[in-house]
Ligand binder design. Structure first.
Ligand code: PLP
Length: 429
């Protein structure tokens, strides 16, 4: 697989290199040089999830990874289901929260850990990542106790749910957490700065685990095929997918799936009140504002890193801009959508409810609509209980994590402070 830097097309890298370096020159993200359609989509849809996913990834990545190796990696990474649940006629929910940290980030995080473990071959690696809530846990669990790997996680202090936070800040061992006094965008800016710091990069063997990492993105392509495979065959012709969007990695993966030939004919990238993209789509002006705190905190992103990739596919008409919708859902409407879903017999947390709202508002007559459940409701117990007036049960992993102390170190949103803290922690002079 060949990829190029969207900010500087002269930088061309292999899949292996793109996984290792994460971000290109001038902080540009990598994009595949070509995305040839799959010739056998109907036959692929008949295969079991892991087997089909290995074939899709082989098609994308090519001969850089031996077929059997890749199949084993996929089997280990995707060892949980992604069920499609019927909520109403023509409305389905793809549940992506059945992995170890109860959010869809497990798919990308676990496949990325497989790739990095394979490519680093015993060299020291430090995974540095900013999290808006769920990436931290997925990445921490995927690398926990792996030899020669340290994980450094930055999260915006007090801006993620307690369950989200405790799932990674209680691990200890090779997982080092910093509670940054700032927003997710501040955390993301610190990570970008670290990648420009040659000293840090060298001494730590730095690697990023953010959704800019191509391995995460490609892994996520696979569950869209799984969604369509679970639709009745008569409904596969006209599929509309609504993705709750923050950094726009997940919707980017959906679009790649469509480019590969999966019959997704309409895409809704639905955001919360952090609406940089919905405004951009209307006005053509990229004007991020200060990040606002929302019920759906994993989408509190005002400078989405993956947008350039989505825009590339729209610009090159790989996906029609007339079939791409992006709207913003208010806090009040998020609550209303959660209540509506409750009435329909489906328990949803705020991100999922936003995807549902986008689906309903952008819906095409006679299409099969799929909205994504990106997190388990219990991961947002505080807001789910407050909005729905209940007391939802905690899965065991969450109850266990909540009972343990938080080991994160508080830190200012300041690069020099972060660097000093990380060097001290990892024993680097
Ligand atoms: C990360 C996350 C999102 C947003 O996904 P992006 O790929 O960043 O757009 C949505 N919902 C949940 C629960 C998340 O953790």
């Amino acid at each position: 697989m060949k990829l190029f830097n969207l900010k500087d097309a002269s930088q061309q890298v292999s899949f292996t290199e793109a996984v290792k370096i994460g971000l290109g020159r001038e902080q540009g993200v990598f994009f595949p040089q070509s995305l040839p359609a799959l010739s056998n989509v109907p036959a692929l849809l008949d295969l079991p999830f892991a087997e089909r996913s290995a074939q899709i990834l082989q098609h994308l990545i090519g001969d850089e990874l031996p077929k059997d190796t890749l199949a084993e990696m996929v089997k280990r990474a995707f060892n949980f289901a992604a069920p499609l649940v019927k909520v109403a006629d023509n409305q389905y929910c793809l549940e992506l929260f059945h992995g170890p940290t109860l959010a869809f980030k497990d798919f990308g995080g676990r496949f990325m850990a497989e790739c990095i473990s394979l490519f680093s071959q015993g060299e020291r690696v430090t995974i540095l990542t900013a999290t808006s809530g769920d990436t931290g846990a997925a990445v921490a669990h995927a690398f926990y106790n792996k030899p020669n790997v340290d994980v450094v996680i930055l999260y915006p202090e007090g801006k993620i749910s307690l369950a989200q936070q405790k799932l990674f800040t209680t691990l200890g061992g090779n997982v080092h957490c910093y509670a940054v006094k700032g927003s997710f965008d501040d955390c993301q800016a610190l990570v970008k700065e670290a990648f420009l710091d040659e000293e840090l990069k060298q001494k730590l063997g730095l690697n990023s685990a953010n959704s800019i990492n191509i391995s995460r993105l490609l892994a996520q392509v696979c569950y869209y095929f799984e969604a369509v495979a679970q639709l009745p065959e008569s409904q596969r012709a006209n599929v509309h997918v609504s993705v709750p969007s923050g950094n726009f990695g997940n919707v980017c993966a959906a679009m790649i799936a469509a480019v590969l030939g999966l019959p997704i004919h309409r895409l809704s990238a639905t955001t919360n009140q952090n609406d940089t993209v919905p405004r951009y789509v209307v006005s053509g002006e990229w004007a991020p504002t200060a990040t606002k705190e929302s019920l759906s905190n994993a989408m509190d992103v005002s400078k989405p890193n993956n947008w350039p990739r989505v825009e590339q596919m729209l610009k090159e008409t790989m996906f029609s801009k007339h079939d791409f919708f992006s709207r913003s859902v208010s806090e009040q409407d998020t609550r209303a959508a959660m209540l509506e879903l409750q009435q329909a017999g489906y328990l949803a947390e705020p991100h999922t409810a936003i995807a549902y709202r986008g689906l309903v508002l952008d819906e095409l007559a006679n299409s099969a609509g799929i909205f994504l459940a990106t997190a388990h409701p219990a991961k947002f117990k505080e807001s789910v209980d407050a909005v729905l007036g209940g007391d939802i049960a905690l899965p065991q992993v969450l109850a266990d994590a909540l009972a343990k102390p938080c080991l994160a170190q508080p830190i200012q949103a300041d690069y020099a402070a972060l660097k000093a803290a990380v060097f001290a922690k990892l024993g680097v002079a």
